[in-house]
Design a protein around this ligand. Structure first.
Ligand code: ATP
Ligand code: MG
Length: 443
């Protein structure tokens, strides 16, 4: 999972020092003082890069690299040497060693050289698939997990009806408003208005005039005719957020409007017909509120003709990579910044966090850490600076590579193993698909 480095250095202090600075970068490192000890002790079947001293207890680091290449054909090498000679430099170049650092060097230069390597760039961008997938989803409603696919099906289903009212429940920040907007966008009403009202933010004494509108002179201060929210959203959708906060008197009035499909502006006897779909949302347990006498049972049934419960993010962690890439890409393009790559370990850490604030919290963390991050790649430490509760996991509970593999496997199955179709479906090139198929050993 981690980017893996082999370190060959026979000077103990220097070896420890280099090891330490590599570990700080979230990379895996295996250190040896000779080729012999490597042969005796290692059980690796993968390594990305080797850092080698030239004088290794009588052996030559360049020779060691040659041996390593037989075992790990794609491995890259960086030579560190106290006695630079032209011959060694030429031999290194010929063997495809990518860098040649003279001792003493600063740990920072070595790290920079590692991060410049092709293997490291490949490692970090292995997860770009998520970028590519996310661009094809409708309404930027991101997520491919089983639970969110069910949510999407419900959205599509209810959007085909024209009048059914919808009650959306779910914890704060799970995307309830986005669900409401998606229903509107997918429905026949999409050309008309989507009007959103937060019921907890409106003082009781303004509620009626805002809901129903008023005629000039209806009350002191009513200097002109004013259309209410029902009229504004006529033909479209009225979204009532935090419906659980509405008081009982207004609940009765709302129920009457839903029954009669007519509103009277305050100060007017003329009833105006309205054709508005009502979508409500709440993060409270409305049923319980009904039991406690805080919410009308008849209104509850009326609003709850169709219920969509948006699952919390911790129950669909496999959507996190997609969401992170989505928020990162939209944020950098909005801010006119160059795109950032996200280090897989950073994504891993996010997948190990429970997000009490759900998607809104994830979005904030991603945007803030990108704002504060000066490098092309967003690392784990950039997240930790923003959010101290995000820990580096010792063992990854959810393996990104597994998810990527599954995504590709599913797409291949769906396209009866037709590579051209699969590549199209995943929005990646055929070459990229071939690389991934090879990487994951998919037939
Ligand atoms: N599936 C998703 N894909 C992309 N962005 C999402 C998704 N779900 C939520 N978001 C984004 O997360 C943020 C929070 O979503 P939203 O406002 O819809 O949540 P909410 O459930 O209404 O929250 P609250 O209960 O606090 O009102 C928004 O910026 C929204 O665009
Ligand atoms: Mg909301």
């Amino acid at each position: 999972m981690k980017y893996t480095i082999l370190l060959f250095e026979d000077e103990d202090d220097l070896r420890d020092e280099i090891k330490e600075s590599i570990l700080l970068e979230d990379m895996e490192v295996h250190a040896f003082n000779s080729w012999e000890s490597f042969k005796k002790n290692h059980s690796l079947n993968h390594a990305d890069l080797a850092v080698l001293d030239i004088n290794l207890m009588g052996e030559n680091g360049i020779f060691v690299f040659q041996q390593l290449k037989n075992k790990f054909p794609d491995i890259e090498g960086i030579i560190i040497t106290g006695q630079p000679t032209t011959n060694n430099a030429i031999a290194s170049l010929k063997l495809g060693i990518r860098d040649y650092l003279e001792k003493p060097f600063r740990a920072k230069s070595l790290i920079a050289s590692i991060k410049d390597s092709e293997s490291y760039q490949n490692y970090v961008s292995a997860f770009n698939l998520y970028d590519e997938i996310s661009t094809q989803l409708d309404f930027e409603f991101i997520g491919n997990s089983q639970v969110i696919q069910t949510t999407k099906q419900l959205i599509h289903r209810v959007a085909q009806t024209n009048e059914t009212h919808v009650l959306i429940t779910g914890e704060s920040g799970t995307g309830k408003e986005l669900v409401a907007k998606s229903i509107h966008q997918l429905s026949k009403r999409k050309e008309a208005a989507f009007h959103s009202v937060n019921c907890s933010a409106i003082p009781d004494n303004l509620f009626e005039s805002e809901f129903f509108g008023y005629e000039k002179g209806a009350f002191t201060g009513a200097n002109h005719d004013h259309a209410g929210w029902f009229e504004h959203a006529n033909g479209g959708t009225l979204f009532l957020d935090e419906i659980g906060e509405m008081n009982l008197i207004l609940q009765a009035k709302l129920l009457r409007v839903l029954d009669e499909k007519k509103v009277n502006r305050l100060g007017s006897h003329k009833a105006i017909s309205i054709n508005t779909r009502i979508i409500c949302a709440t993060n409270q347990n409305l049923k319980k509120q009904v039991e406690q006498g805080k919410f009308r049972l008849d209104l509850y049934h009326r609003l709850n003709s169709f219920n969509i419960t948006v699952p919390p993010l911790r129950e669909r962690k496999e959507d996190i990579p997609l969401l992170v890439h989505h928020f990162s890409t939209t944020f950098t393009s909005k801010e006119n910044q160059p795109k950032k790559k996200i280090h897989p370990e950073a994504i891993n850490s996010l997948m190990n966090y429970d997000f009490p604030g759900n998607i809104r919290e994830l979005k904030n963390i991603v945007e803030k850490s990108i704002l504060m991050c000066d490098t092309k790649i967003l690392f784990n430490k950039d997240l930790k600076n923003i959010h101290s509760e995000i820990e580096t996991p010792s063992i990854s509970t959810l393996n990104l590579a597994t998810i990527e593999k599954e995504t590709i496997q599913k797409a291949m199955n769906a396209c009866s193993n037709n590579k051209t179709k699969t590549a199209e479906m995943l929005h990646i090139t055929r070459q990229a698909l071939n690389r991934k198929l090879k990487k994951f050993n998919i037939e």
